[in-house]
Design a protein. Structure first.
Lengths: 320, 337
């Protein structure tokens, strides 16, 4: 097997093993209801993680997504409460805002040559601050269209439901895979992750690609915010704190190299499901405290970073 | 000697001016801002309050400055604060004497720092990612120590660290000023500071020229862990309890912001601890100013974002090239004269 598939294979193996252990202890874990809930509960995180995968593949990082999700939720709640425009129009409006927001961050990163870390940190403060300015209270969304959208689902055999948002997440992952592995843009992203200088010499449009990557991340964070507002039926400016960390963890556990240039969008889905599985197991167990989730995810992160180091070391040794 | 003092004054000038402007703006709205009074042998007043409330960020900024100077970053300091606060509280409730409690808490911070340093220096992992592990897992570990509850304690000695006074100043202020001077003396009176800057500018070249890069890197992260431990003990002593969820939450970002406001580049190299401490005070002065002026505290975040963007533009390599391009003819004229 090629070394580049090794992290992905390890992730999938860990997921299958973990699921098997869970199912042995609690046979009910195999029911399609659990599977459906796993998708629904992690839908917003998954959509944001697809954007994060592209950013990390290009060698960058985006810390602003949690704040953008909160901003989107508050914006939708405020707009739907105070105006009579249709939710779909509000969705388009908010997606345009978050996409432009991402584009501006990408432009600053490229043209001012500043580290993505600090630029998106400013974006994180700004988006959270704007959410606070719109409203500091949790505003419920009572629009009938929300109820209609929530009533859409595909019924699996066994009583499980793939809800609209769970299905949307799967669609976003498929679109992300096509974008990453089958388009010119995707190839450019991988090239950028290999090194800005080399990709410029290869003729990759560095400025356009960088701006597009952060625009994509902003767009998906906005979409994730819409899904989050559907999931919670409310907008709250303190919501989704730390989602960026969960998304980064999902990407790394999914086998994407943190230095950029290598990884798979599909791996992020498995990384996300492993995180969801840990939470589901803790819920099933009932006696374990929720902080074990954090410790286990931290531990998994560490193991995967070590494995990446080892693979890099081995492939370098082979090449040398 | 006079020359070094002059250089230092010139280096700190932008931060001093910024702090003076912020304070002047607050004082223009609140005439009584600068007044303070002495009660029961302790000073009270808005300025003292800024120094006191800014203590955790100031302490974190000391360690963060050194880490950033090595071209690194430490995201875990907030979580380490929570762990060390939890350890201190747990030890105090077990009835351990103050010395043992402090030793345990500081040792925990040092261990966390060595762990981060080991990942960065020996395993050669990018600093953002290496410290992310502890940032994610740290609060879980802190909750493991406190068993999910907010641990409260009544140890007089420990509470004194958060709320006591020494020589008229609140203890946290005394601690961060003394610690800041000690670390500045340590890195500037020896070659350590220069070696750290060398690593930040070019790690490979430093290693090749015989600098003990791994040892210094681990030392830098250990210092950051120690600073976080002291800040964590102060934060816990201040509320007389350890809150694993909220102690030090997002303070890593404030500490990084303080260092950036202090003019130390995130790309590593030259650093100034004094400037970072001024940066921490600027941030705290803005916080206090917004609270006093009756604006919702949420405006803080937007102001912080604006500050970052302004500093980014000023520090940006591109802008530097452009400004030096315009400055060049002027300098040449000066030479001809």
């Amino acid at each position: 097997m090629k070394p580049k598939y090794l992290p992905l294979a390890a992730t999938i193996a860990i997921f299958i093993l973990a699921y098997a252990v869970c199912a042995l202890q609690y046979p009910a874990m195999l029911s399609t209801r659990v599977v459906g809930n796993l998708l629904t509960d992690n839908a917003f995180l998954g959509i944001a993680a697809v954007g994060m995968t592209f950013v990390i593949l290009s060698g960058g990082i985006d810390l602003s997504i949690g704040s953008v999700i909160a901003f989107t939720g508050v914006f939708l709640a405020v707009v739907l409460e105070h105006t009579s425009i249709h939710p779909l129009a509000a969705f388009v409006l908010v997606l345009a805002i978050t996409t432009v927001f991402g584009m501006v961050m990408g432009a600053i990163i490229h043209y001012l040559e500043m580290p993505p870390f600090i630029v998106t940190l400013a974006g994180m403060f700004l988006a959270r601050g704007m959410a606070f300015v719109l409203s500091i209270d949790s505003i419920p969304i009572k629009h009938p269209f929300y109820a209609t959208m929530k009533s859409f689902y595909y019924k699996l055999p066994g009583g499980g439901r793939i809800t609209l948002i769970g299905g949307l997440m799967l669609l976003v992952f498929i679109a992300g895979m096509v974008l990453a592995h089958r388009t010119r843009f995707g190839t450019n992203v991988y090239a950028l992750g290999g090194g800005t200088q080399t990709s410029r010499l290869m003729g990759v449009p560095v400025a356009r690609t960088t701006i597009l990557i952060y625009a994509l991340s902003g767009f998906l964070a906005g979409l994730s915010g819409i899904v989050f507002s559907l999931y919670t039926s409310a907008g709250y400016s303190l919501a989704a704190v730390g989602v960026e960390l969960d998304a980064i963890a999902a990407v790394v556990i999914g086998g994407t190299l943190l230095t950029g240039g290598a990884g798979f969008v599909g791996g992020t889905l498995v990384g996300l499901l492993i995180q969801g599985l840990i939470q589901t197991y803790i819920t099933f167990d009932g006696s374990l405290s929720s902080w074990w989730t954090k410790i286990l995810i931290g531990l998994l992160l560490f193991v995967f970073i070590l494995m990446q180091k080892l693979i890099l070391y081995l492939s370098r040794k082979k090449a040398g | 000697m006079i020359r070094t003092v002059q250089q230092l004054a010139l280096r700190l000038l932008p931060q001093v001016i910024a702090l003076a402007i912020v304070l002047a703006m607050i004082a223009a709205v609140f005439p009584g801002f600068f007044s303070f009074s002495l009660q029961n042998g302790r000073l009270y007043g808005s300025i003292i309050d800024i120094l006191n409330r800014g203590a955790p960020v100031a302490l974190l900024a000391i360690g963060m400055t050194v880490v950033i100077a090595t071209k690194g970053i430490d995201l875990s300091v907030g979580a380490v604060m929570a762990i060390c606060g939890a350890v201190a509280a747990a030890s105090a409730t077990h009835g351990n004497p103050l010395v043992v409690t402090l030793a345990l808490a500081l040792a925990t911070g040092i261990v966390c720092g060595i762990w981060n340093g080991f990942l960065v220096a020996v395993l050669d992992i990018q600093p953002i990612i290496a410290t992310l592990v502890l940032m994610v897992a740290g609060r879980g570990i802190a909750q493991l120590v406190t068993e999910g509850a907010i641990l409260t304690f009544n140890d007089e000695g420990l509470i004194f660290i958060g709320g006591g006074a020494f020589g008229g100043l609140p203890m946290p202020v005394v601690i961060w000023i003394v610690f800041g001077i000690a670390i500045t003396a340590l890195v500037r009176r020896t070659a350590l500071g220069m070696l750290i800057e060398a690593i930040g500018i070019n790690r490979r070249a430093s290693t090749l020229s015989g600098i003990q890069t791994p040892v210094l890197l681990i030392a830098a992260y250990t210092l950051s862990g120690l600073c976080a431990a002291i800040a964590g003990v102060i934060a816990a002593a201040d509320i007389r309890g350890a809150d694993a969820n909220n102690a030090g939450l997002w303070l890593e970002l404030d500490a990084i912001l303080a260092v950036v406001v202090g003019g130390t580049s995130l790309l590593g190299g030259r650093f100034s601890i004094a400037a970072s401490l001024l940066g921490a005070m600027i941030i705290q002065a803005i916080n206090t100013g917004i609270l006093l002026s009756g604006f919702p505290p949420e405006f803080n975040l937007i102001i912080k974002a604006v500050i970052i963007v302004v500093i980014l533009v000023v520090q940006s390599p591109k802008i530097r090239t452009i400004s030096s391009f315009f400055a060049r003819p002027a300098r040449q004229n000066g030479g001809e004269r």
